[in-house]
Structure formats: C-alpha cells, structure tokens
Design a protein around this ligand. Structure first.
Ligand code: PMV
Length: 338
C-alpha cells in the first residue's frame, strides 16, 4: 500500500491571460488530495473516493471502472473524477511498464471540485506518484508533472495548461509561460480562500475571453495588461526574502496587483456576483487584496491576510459557503505512507 498526497493551488496572478502566452503565477496551497494505491493481479480497478466535495461523500465503484456509482452528487462530477483516475492509471502503467496491472485506489481530498483550486490535478499527480511507487518505480516530480499534464490533456480534450499539474507536483510558487514552467521563490504568503459552493465552466469561460479578445483590441490589451501586472508581481516576489514572513509593505503591493487583476478579469466577463461579493467582503475585512482564482464564473476567491479577519468575515458573507486559510504549500507531491 502506498499513499501520496499533492496540494491544490490558487492563482496569485495571470489565469486566462496564460492561455494567450502571458505569464501566470500559480501557488500551491495547503489543501491536499491523498491517494492510496494497492496493485492487484487481476487487472481490475476499484476506487473509493471520500470528500470529493467540501461536504464530503463516499462512493465505492464496483470491480470494473465501467460500473457507475449510485451517489448523491452531480453525475458529471463523478464521471469526470473517474476519467481523471483512469487517465492517471494509464500513465502509471506506462511509466512502470506494467500494462496489465490493476489497482485498489482510495482518494481523499480536501479540495473543492471544479472550483479553481486544482482538485483534478492534485488527484492525478498524487495518483500517478502513488501508483508508480507501489510498482517499485520512483519518478522525479518533474516527470510526475509531465505525465499528469498528459493525463489532463487527454481528459480535457487538449484544453489543459501545464499550470495546475506542474504547481501541484512541485509545490510553492511557480511561473508558467507557454511551455516554459519553473519554480520561483516566494515567502510564506497568507492566503485565505472563500468558496461559493459552485463551479464555473472552464471551457465556456475561456471561449468567452477568446471571443472578446478577437472582437475588441481593448480586450486584447486587457489580456496583455494582466501579463504586465503578473511580471510586476514576479519582480516583487524575486526581491522578497523567501525565508521570512512577508512584510506588510510587500503584502500591500501584491494585494494591490491582485485587486487590479480581479478588476481586469471582471472586465473580461469571467467574474460572478458571488465572486465579487466575496472579493469585497475580503477587502472590507482588511485583506491586502483579493481576486477570483481559476477560470471564474463561480468557485473560489483568494485573498491575502495574515490576520483572522478575512476568514471570519467571509464566514458571515451570504455568498460564501466555506472560508479557510490555505497557506502556501512549499512541498509538492510527497509520500505519506510508503
Ligand atoms: O479553474 P482552473 O483551476 O482550471 O484554472 C483555469 C485557468 C485558465 O487560465 C482559465 C485556463 C487554463 O487552462 O490555463
């Protein structure tokens, strides 16, 4: 039995613009998916999944992954979870050169599904690492990231960026620009997440921005401006001491850029009333800055606040179903039980 875990992520800056070659800075956060894997000889796959939403549920699939589970969650979420797990299994079989092997797989996740926190990437990353290790093959985190990207690419019909999988595998802050992915230094940023209980349709939202950008030069400029502010944010992080708590001045500067980034995402049509309400609740509670994270349309916002005020205020915001601290996760994928 081998258990690995991998973190979810928030976008400090740059979602959507990254699709058009601008840089983005996702950061891994301390909300993890844990995947436990036991190889089996009969080639079958059995999956137990718990807590796939914040409310949590348990589902046991039968002996074959073709058996559809009977659970009280939207079928597309469960179908999607199964497709990601199947794709991770294919990658692990290939990496370990064990094409016929089966697995018992248990997934536990504290990351809301489809809400911009990289839940699928975390499950795929932890799953590939656990399954290959259970077969005696150890992959470097970069290789886990590459294979997890292949798995997501397959499930999402080519609509996957490398951001989620690279960030989850490597941990910490990363920078993504086109094919170029690298880790960057960042101090321990005090993230607070607000979750509206919903999810956005990434494909639809990306298509909306693409259409706006093609129609209006000012929308294309807006996308470029997101790239500019991301580069500015990168400079701030590069000048900070990664080993010390961030100063209030740094948090104020990063927060100002996050606020600006949210405004531009709003202009590009990917925010939502619930996301705006949570962003404003965070700002009014004294957060240094707040923005939506991920595709938008619903899901999560991220704020910077070392004090308990933002988490507390979000807890009293009607549009917010859950709020929690999610500190920068310096560790990416890791072995929990060898
Ligand atoms: O909601 P998420 O975590 O899947 O993030 C989507 C980020 C986009 O930039 C909108 C799309 C992408 O693939 O980069």
């Amino acid at each position: 039995m081998t258990t690995c875990s991998a973190p979810g992520k928030v976008y400090l800056f740059g979602e959507h613009a990254v699709v058009y070659g601008e840089p983005a800075v996702p950061c891994a956060v301390e909300r993890r998916a844990r995947v436990t894997v036991d190889p089996r000889d009969d080639g079958r796959i059995r999956v137990d999944a718990a807590d796939l939403s914040l409310d949590g549920f348990t589902v046991t699939w039968g002996d074959s992954i073709d058996d559809r589970p009977d659970v009280d969650v939207p079928a597309p979420l469960v179908e999607a979870a199964m497709e990601y797990i199947e794709a991770a299994v294919r990658q692990a079989r290939d990496a370990a050169d064990a094409p016929g092997v089966g697995f018992d797989i248990a997934v536990e996740s504290a990351i809301p599904l489809g809400a911009g926190l990289g839940s699928s990437a975390a499950v795929v990353v932890a799953g590939i690492d656990a399954a290959t290790r259970a077969l005696g093959t150890e992959l470097e985190p970069e290789e886990v990231a590459r294979r997890a990207y292949e798995a997501e690419y397959e499930v999402q019909d080519g609509q996957a960026s490398r951001a989620d999988t690279f960030c989850s595998a490597m941990g910490g802050a990363v920078r993504v620009e086109g094919e170029d992915t690298r880790t960057i230094d960042a101090p321990p940023l005090p993230f607070v997440v607000g979750y509206d209980g919903g999810a956005g349709d990434t494909g639809e939202l990306v298509a909306g921005v693409r259409a706006l950008r093609e129609e209006h030069a000012f929308a294309a400029d807006t996308v470029e401006t997101v790239g500019d502010l991301t580069r500015e944010g990168e400079r701030l992080l590069a000048d900070a001491d990664p080993g010390s708590e961030p100063s209030d001045e740094l948090l104020a500067e990063l927060g100002g850029l996050m606020d600006f980034n949210h405004g531009l995402l709003e202009a590009l049509g990917v925010s939502a009333r619930s996301l705006d309400a949570m962003v404003w609740a965070a700002r009014e509670a004294g957060a240094h800055g707040a923005k939506l994270t991920g595709a938008g349309g619903g899901g999560c916002v991220v704020a910077l606040d070392p004090s308990p005020e933002t988490e507390h205020a979000l807890g009293y915001t009607a549009e917010c179903e859950q709020s929690f601290r999610a500190e920068l996760a310096t560790e990416g994928v890791r072995v929990e039980v060898a």
